[in-house]
Design a protein around this ligand. Structure first.
Ligand code: BF8
Ligand code: SF4
Length: 678
């Protein structure tokens, strides 16, 4: 009986306490990625400073900040919690550890919600301007998705042209940013199962409007407002559900404008950079410009050849990379933490960035190699870089300008005769698994009820359950090692894996996103399941299916939310009963905090492998690791050891599957309704 198979895996404490988390601060080669290791030798030898050196220089990091007990909310501070008793146990205003930790945490959620949702707003604006004829370079590439989204959010679709419908969808999305009534955000409610709607209404966590929830968090965390940690965290949950609304909007509208991803082959790791071509790296998050660069690059291929290049090689970093991989098969150069190492190859002509996860440190590395760093968004500039202002009315013109700058820089690179250092590591991958693409795979086995293929595979014991892989890179862990260790362990235990963001770039770079990885790492049940899916779909697939199913960028965690909601609806239970877990082995960003929070509020246990700043308050710790489970059905599993983390995830998913199976069997045997109270 899995519930009690190993109780040590069910307590809320990490296996290594804070004081015993040892790091060798002198060894900056903190990675298991062979390409990054080769580049680190090169950067160390050539005195090129990267995040790996800066990480070492930052050690030891401030223990107050690490635990979340440093407050800088007003400038009577900064205040730190220095002890358990007396005046030093509070900030100057009297704020206790739990208030400070909770305030800091929910401000991170507000930061994350702002980033995802503003990304979504850009897309809504493009859709709206396109519908008004003011963004002529954009079009509706997936009219079926447009209709499907319109229908889902309650719009009448009959008798309307696609353009009319696009405008109505855009207006409905705008309303989710600024509604002044309190019925809940449309794009969220349209995708939740009934029981979750009820849960959020009962707990006053249903977001009213995205902007409003972010503002409310900033207000309630101002000096002298909310001091109650539980109240603060519930405010944070509401804000994180506003974040989910923004992510759903981002995914839906990206698919409408640029197409819903389908399985596609590509490659990943620094070996995709080709020195004889004009190399352009697309980095950041928003597909509005990067998709335009992809389309325009095809047209300017001859110009590149006329300049002596073998062609134009695009590659991606971070979630812009994921967006153009999913829809166009553009290869992945690397993930967040190694972005400077990609530039240090010396073979990149232009690195074009939009918003989020762009290290300011890129500029110094670019200067070493005459790589042009191009910023494109008004809110995201870097001193010393080129700025091509992005306007959706002239998107193609901007893309052409960027590509021509790259061609010019390529010529200079060739004339200079400067050597390049491109590690010859890359791996084959298959990506492109939108929620629709996954359902399409399942439909080849069960056309009437595709999701049942997945839910039955769990009930029949073929696979253990599902795990969502998400999140960033963080040098608190060994870069990409936590990702790869956890993936291999889950695979061995027959866990079906879907994912987004930088984890999936680690999987792709390290050969864990192709069929060879299924043969090497999958347990017998998982292999059988993946083979079965392939056999039913082989006429339409470009290759055999991979070990890990890439669902897109971080905003596309909404696709994962759609997946577990469909599973819950199929089982006829609320989400907390679905055998589904999540992990962010190297979480780092505010966005990751927002995502992790709505994951647990959805009712899913969520592992985080780099310690978030919560350890300074036992009360807050117990709220997010235990009480959250009682209220929402999901909880954080905070564990820095990847092997232990994998066991905790397996334990959690097995326990859920075991409980669900027992109740389903009982209902079947006695002809009763499925119990809802377990
Ligand atoms: O949005 S996983 S490091 S790139 S924040 Fe950033 Fe984290 Fe990567 Fe994608 Ni998500
Ligand atoms: Fe210090 Fe209170 Fe100001 Fe925070 S809000 S810095 S704890 S005085």
């Amino acid at each position: 009986m899995p519930r009690f198979s190993d109780t040590s895996l069910q307590n809320s404490k990490p296996s290594v306490d804070r004081k015993n988390r040892k790091k060798n601060v002198k060894d900056i080669k903190r990675t298991n990625d062979p390409a990054a290791l080769e580049m680190l030798d090169y950067t160390i030898e050539n005195n090129i400073i990267t995040a790996f050196d800066r990480w070492s220089a930052q050690q030891p990091q401030c223990a107050f900040g690490y635990q979340g007990i440093c407050c800088r909310i007003c400038f009577a501070g900064p205040c730190r919690i220095k002890g358990l008793e007396g005046p030093g146990s509070m900030g100057i205003c009297g704020a206790k550890d739990y208030t400070i930790v909770a305030r800091n945490a929910i401000r991170m959620m507000a930061g994350g919600a702002s980033a995802h949702s503003d990304h979504g707003r850009e897309l809504v604006e493009v859709l709206y301007h396109m519908s008004e004829g003011k963004a002529p370079d954009y079009e509706i590439r997936d009219a079926d998705k447009l209709k499907c989204v319109a229908k889902k959010i309650g719009l009448e679709i009959e008798g309307k042209t696609d353009i009319e419908l696009a405008k109505e969808v855009a207006l409905a999305a705008f309303e989710d940013y600024g509604r002044h009534t309190s019925e809940g955000t449309t794009f969220l409610k349209a995708n939740l199962c009934e029981k979750r709607i009820k849960k959020y209404e009962e707990t006053d966590t249903m977001p009213r409007a995205i902007d409003r929830e972010v503002v409310e968090v900033m207000h309630r965390t101002h000096v002298g407002v909310d001091a109650d940690p539980v109240n603060l965290i519930f405010g944070g949950v509401k804000c994180s559900l506003a974040d989910l609304t923004g992510e759903q909007i981002s995914t839906d509208i990206s698919d409408i404008l640029f197409g819903t991803p389908k399985p596609v082959m590509s490659e990943a790791n620094l070996g995709v950079i080709e020195p004889d071509k004009v190399n352009i790296i697309l980095h950041g998050h928003n597909p509005v410009l990067s998709q335009m660069v992809v389309d325009t690059a095809r047209e300017l291929e001859d110009e590149a050849k006329a300049a002596g290049a073998a062609g134009i090689q695009l590659s991606g970093i971070c979630c812009t990379g994921n967006e153009v991989l999913m829809r166009n098969g553009v290869p992945i150069a690397t993930s967040y933490m190694a972005q400077e190492l990609a530039i240090a190859t010396g073979a990149v002509d232009v690195c074009v960035v939009d918003v989020q996860c762009i290290m300011p440190g890129l500029r110094n590395v670019c200067e070493c190699f005459n790589t042009k760093l191009v910023t494109t968004m008004a809110i995201s500039k870097i001193p010393g870089s080129y700025h091509f202002s992005f306007e959706d009315a002239k998107a193609k013109q901007s893309a052409e300008g960027i590509i021509r700058l790259a061609i010019e820089t390529f010529k200079q690179r060739k004339e200079s005769g400067r050597p390049v250092q491109v590690p010859q590591f890359k791996n084959k991958l298959m990506a492109g698994f939108s929620f629709e693409a996954l359902l399409d795979l399942f439909a080849a086995i069960n056309p009437d009820n595709p999701i049942k293929v997945l839910t039955d595979a769990i009930i029949d014991g073929e696979i253990t359950g599902v795990c969502a892989l998400a999140g960033c890179n963080n040098l608190e862990a060994v870069y990409e090692k936590s990702h790869t260790d956890i993936i291999k362990e889950l695979a061995k235990n027959d866990v079906f894996m879907v994912g987004t963001g930088c984890v999936m770039q680690a999987a792709a770079k390290q050969g864990l996103m192709n069929y060879e990885a299924v043969e090497e790492y999958a347990g017998p049940g998982l292999k059988k399941f993946i083979d079965r899916l392939y056999e039913a779909n082989k006429d339409k697939l470009p290759d055999k299916l991979p070990l890990t199913f890439h669902m897109g960028s971080c905003v596309d965690n909404s696709r994962i939310f759609n997946l577990w909601t469909a599973m819950a609806n199929e089982y006829g239970v609320d989400v907390p009963k679905v055998p589904f877990v999540a992990t962010a082995p190297e979480g780092m960003s505010e966005k990751a905090v927002a995502i992790g929070t709505w994951v647990i509020a959805s009712g899913i246990p969520c592992h985080v492998g780099a310690m978030p700043p919560l350890e300074g308050s036992n009360l807050v710790w117990s709220v997010v690791t235990c009480i959250a489970h009682d209220v929402f059905g999901g909880n954080f599993i905070l564990e820095t050891d990847p092997q232990v983390a994998a066991q905790k995830l397996i334990e959690a998913v097995k326990y859920r599957a075991w409980k669900l199976k027992i109740h389903m069997k009982t209902a079947e045997e006695y002809g009763t309704d499925l119990c809802q109270a377990f």
